[in-house]
Design a protein around this ligand. Structure first.
Ligand code: FAD
Ligand code: UDP
Length: 386
């Protein structure tokens, strides 16, 4: 008989932790969540800054092709339809990103743009999006030149800033998140479902965690409470905890970085309240080239909030992540070495059958929100089946 007044322990109150906790709680397990920060919601946490709903850990837009994930989250929020459109400041002009025919027409003489449109349609019949890397390798000299132009003006410097390494060294799956659009579609995402939670993300999490079987302890670093024994037991406050433990933090932290630090990329976030109705022509403007920051977000244009006379903006400055620097480990680094190190950590955890990993940090994957929710739903199912 366990001395703990709960049956399952969850570390982290982002989507990975909150969804798993909710599912276990609904199945009758009493769940305790330990969250290091003073807020729920993980990186989706939002709050009012000078009366403007603001995302403390960077802009978050919900988009998915997964109807089940959307239906699940709809139990905890109403939605405001929102299709994300991004502009890039390129050669002194605002042009759509992903780069599309409108961008091409803004930056090239009309005749050249018309010729390129025709060539692209012939070279990629029936396709609406293509990788900039494919364009660059086209056997057609004009298309290859267009690819080189887009790579240089949209991707090279942005990617070098964002990842702190030359674009050529960044995994192509990262760059291919943003294609070139063969047409006039100017939406950033193509997913059929795109929306923002009506009252914000924190309100969604508050509803999700509002369950008699869930208790949340904020400001609590699980690393100071958990320990792992050599014989495969998980101790909580020094006592063996036999129920499932779902860990959504960074795996290297859990072992005191014994095998070395997993690399992450971070951001310095610079918020400013501006005394104006509007700051910029889109919710997000990317600055791929001259500036040190990568993009500026204007929050009320994401959320649709009406807020005359003031607006909150955020400049994102990419930064090297260092443990204990006060920066957040935002982006896993996609490289063979980092995945090999991650695999060694996971192997080291194999001997703990009650320990489960889930989420962007724990799975060391560049998950969007919907993927984190889907992973958590699958994990809860697996735990409950045991
Ligand atoms: P997190 O949200 O990071 O939650 C993990 C939680 O665990 C945190 O609250 C952390 O404090 C807690 N924790 C960690 N270690 C411990 C510990 N030892 N003890 C206690 N608690 C601990 N996705 C989209 O779909 N759309 C977007 O527009 C989008 N924009 C993004 C913008 C930025 C700048 C970033 C970085 C990511 C963006 N994402 C976006 C991805 C999205 O943030 C993730 O998919 C999501 O955060 C994953 O949820 P999670 O629960 O796995 O992780
Ligand atoms: N990217 C770029 N220029 C842009 C937008 C994106 O070079 O204007 C590249 C960059 O490498 C970035 C990747 O595409 O890391 C993915 O962009 P996304 O907007 O998906 O990044 P996130 O929102 O996850 O930060």
């Amino acid at each position: 008989m366990s001395g703990f007044p709960f049956d399952a322990l969850v570390v982290g109150a982002g989507f990975a932790g909150a969804v798993t906790a909710r599912e276990l709680a609904e199945a009758g397990l009493r769940v305790k969540i330990l969250e290091r920060r003073d807020q729920i919601g993980g990186n989706m946490y939002d709050y009012e800054r000078d009366g403007v709903l603001t995302h403390l850990y960077g802009p978050h837009i919900f988009h998915t092709g997964n109807q089940a994930v959307y239906d699940y989250l709809s139990r905890f929020t109403d939605w405001v339809p929102y299709e994300h459109r991004v502009l890039g400041r390129i050669r002194g002009k605002y042009v759509p990103i992903p780069f599309n025919f409108t961008s091409m027409e803004a930056l090239f003489p009309a005749e050249q743009a018309a010729r390129l449109r025709e060539k692209l349609s012939a070279a990629y019949p029936g396709e609406s999006r293509v990788s900039v890397l494919d364009l660059m390798n086209s056997p057609d000299a004009d298309i290859a030149e267009l690819g080189a132009f887009v790579f240089e003006n949209v991707f090279v410097h942005y990617t070098a800033k964002q990842w702190g390494m030359p674009a050529e060294q960044v995994d192509r799956s990262v760059i291919n998140r943003v294609p070139v659009v063969l047409g006039y579609d100017d939406r950033y995402f193509r997913d059929p479902i795109q929306a923002m939670p009506k009252q914000g993300f924190t309100a969604l999490f508050t509803a999700m965690l509002d369950h008699a079987n869930i208790s949340v302890e904020l400001g609590c670093d699980a690393l100071s409470r958990l320990s792992l024994t050599r014989d495969g037991r998980v101790l909580l406050d020094g006592e063996a905890f036999h129920g499932p433990v779902v860990y959504t933090g960074a795996p290297d932290e859990l072992l005191g970085r014994a095998l070395g630090a997993l690399p992450y990329r971070s951001l310095r976030l610079d918020f400013e309240t501006v005394p104006a109705d509007s700051f910029q022509p889109a919710s997000v403007v990317n600055y791929p080239n001259e500036e040190d920051f990568t993009r500026i977000t204007e929050f009320k244009k994401l959320t649709g909030q009406v807020c005359p006379g003031r607006t909150v903006i955020l400049r994102e400055y990419p930064a090297r992540y260092q443990p204990d620097s006060g920066l957040e480990p935002y982006y896993p680094i996609d490289s063979a070495e980092s995945h090999a190190l991650y695999a060694r950590y996971r192997e080291a955890f194999d001997r703990y059958p009650s320990l489960y990993f889930c989420g962007r940090l724990a799975d060391y994957k560049y998950y969007n929100m919907d993927a984190a929710v889907a992973a958590a739903l699958a994990l809860a199912k697996k735990i409950l089946a045991r």
